[in-house]
Ligand binder design. Structure first.
Ligand SMILES: NC(=O)c1ccc[n+]([C@@H]2O[C@H](COP(=O)([O-])OP(=O)(O)OC[C@H]3O[C@@H](n4cnc5c(N)ncnc54)[C@H](O)[C@@H]3O)[C@@H](O)[C@H]2O)c1
Length: 260
């Protein structure tokens, strides 16, 4: 078992117990990591309570609000981690958003605001987060960042629409961050997960069809699980992956290698 004893990290993106970030946190907890969580904005105000429940389950003491569009909130999160821990070892970015309307209409009719918002929340947000995390990583002699992507970054997936360019931007940004921060022993990787039923994916039109294709057309002949994505993410966050940075690693039952 990979050990995270003595390691401290921030997990961003738990909405509920179906979230990929929840599965990642669960695995990290099993490996002995100490964590802080954030909860995102929610018009229905479910996330704060959900995340607190997960924090109680895992003995996590630091739970903070974070809207990734808000620089002051972002800075406040990392200032609090510095105050609590005086350093940081890992960061999980598991955040995405697109207007539901933009996932339903023809791609070419994506509005400027929908494009801006999807790219800002799903891709740009990685930059200010890593910028704030970097000084804390340096205090611990290095760090590891993992963010989440989808094959829609490189293939035109039905109804994924504006999220495709957003994920392409995220994967590219990851490479530039890896290059910039490599000299400080800070690694940045992306996990490209196969289709999974979560709150976010429920906003994609005909997601059930996408899930069926993902299973039927993958090398393993099945979809992946949240736990499989979490285990690969935990590996990348750990010292066992010390030679890996700037990568997009597919955890999708081999869907991406299939010609049809
Ligand atoms: N579910 C899938 O099929 C799938 C496949 C590949 C990649 N992913 C990616 O995995 C990541 C996690 O998604 P998920 O499927 O677990 O869904 P999810 O809905 O559980 O998680 C998405 C998270 O994004 C957060 N978020 C949205 N806007 C935010 C904002 N402005 N500020 C802060 N947080 C905000 C939400 O609070 C939520 O916690 C996303 O990047 C998603 O694109 C999902």
């Amino acid at each position: 078992m990979i050990s995270f004893k003595g390691k401290k990290g921030l997990v961003v993106g738990i909405a509920n117990q179906k979230s990929i970030a929840y599965a990642v946190a669960k695995r990290l907890h099993e490996c002995g990591a100490e964590m802080a969580f954030t909860y995102g904005p929610d018009p229905k105000e479910r996330f704060k309570g959900n995340v607190q429940e997960v924090a109680d389950e895992m003995g996590v003491k630091v739970v903070l609000p974070l809207d990734v569009r808000d620089d002051a909130m972002n800075q406040a999160v990392f200032a609090e981690l510095d105050r609590q821990w005086g350093g940081l070892d890992f960061l999980v970015h598991s955040v995405a958003f697109a207007d539901r309307g933009d996932l339903e209409k023809p791609f070419s009719s994506t509005g400027r605001e929908g494009w801006r918002m999807a790219l800002e929340i799903s891709a740009y947000s990685l930059l200010p987060m890593v910028q704030q995390a970097a000084p804390l990583f340096k205090k611990n002699g290095g760090g590891s960042v993992v963010s989440m992507s989808f094959i829609g970054s490189v293939l035109a997936v039905p109804n994924y629409n504006v999220m495709g360019p957003a994920k392409a931007a995220l994967e590219s940004a990851n490479r530039y961050l890896a290059r910039e921060l490599g000299p400080d022993n800070i690694r940045c990787n992306v996990v490209s997960a196969g289709a999974l039923r979560t709150l976010s994916s429920s906003g994609i039109k005909s997601f059930g069809d996408m899930l069926k294709v993902a299973g039927d057309h993958s090398a393993l002949g099945r979809t992946v699980t949240q736990d499989e994505v979490a285990t690969a993410t935990t590996f990348l966050l750990s010292d066992w992956a010390s030679g890996i940075t700037g990568q997009t690693i597919y955890v999708d039952s081999g869907f991406n290698i299939m010609a049809n």
